[in-house]
Design a protein around this ligand. Structure first.
Ligand code: SF4
Ligand code: SF4
Length: 110
């Protein structure tokens, strides 16, 4: 039970992994195995063109994906401009543009 200090920095958020559906995450990892190499450093997010103009955050998208929280992914993924800047800075050599395009195929339903 968290201590109530009378204020909070962010809304309380809890995920019950037993109720999560990870099928789409597994589909993504099979399509692009390099996805697992990400170390969440945030370099892609810092350099992202789309995040300068929108609320787009590629690291947050990856985290939501890993947590099986797919609801907002379809709408968010459409904000990527596919410019490829993130791929140039990734220390793990992830080709993020094809990963995002694969994510769109899996998570964007309409
Ligand atoms: S730059 Fe690469 S390793 Fe770092 S968070 Fe982005 S995808 Fe992951
Ligand atoms: S390809 Fe998408 S995620 Fe990568 S820097 Fe460009 S807008 Fe951002």
């Amino acid at each position: 039970m968290p201590i109530n200090f009378g204020y909070s920095i962010a809304p309380t958020r809890a995920i019950n992994y037993d109720n999560c559906d990870f099928s789409k995450l597994h589909e993504l990892e099979q399509a692009v195995p390099s996805f697992k190499r990400c170390i969440n450093c945030g370099a892609c997010t810092a350099t992202c063109s789309a995040q300068q103009f929108t609320s787009f955050n590629i690291r947050k998208i990856k985290t939501l994906c890993m947590d099986g929280q797919y609801e907002s992914l379809g709408k968010e993924l459409k904000k990527c401009m596919l410019c490829g800047k993130c791929t140039l800075v990734c220390p793990r050599g992830l080709a993020l543009r094809p990963i995002i395009m694969t994510m769109r195929k899996i998570f964007v339903t309409k």
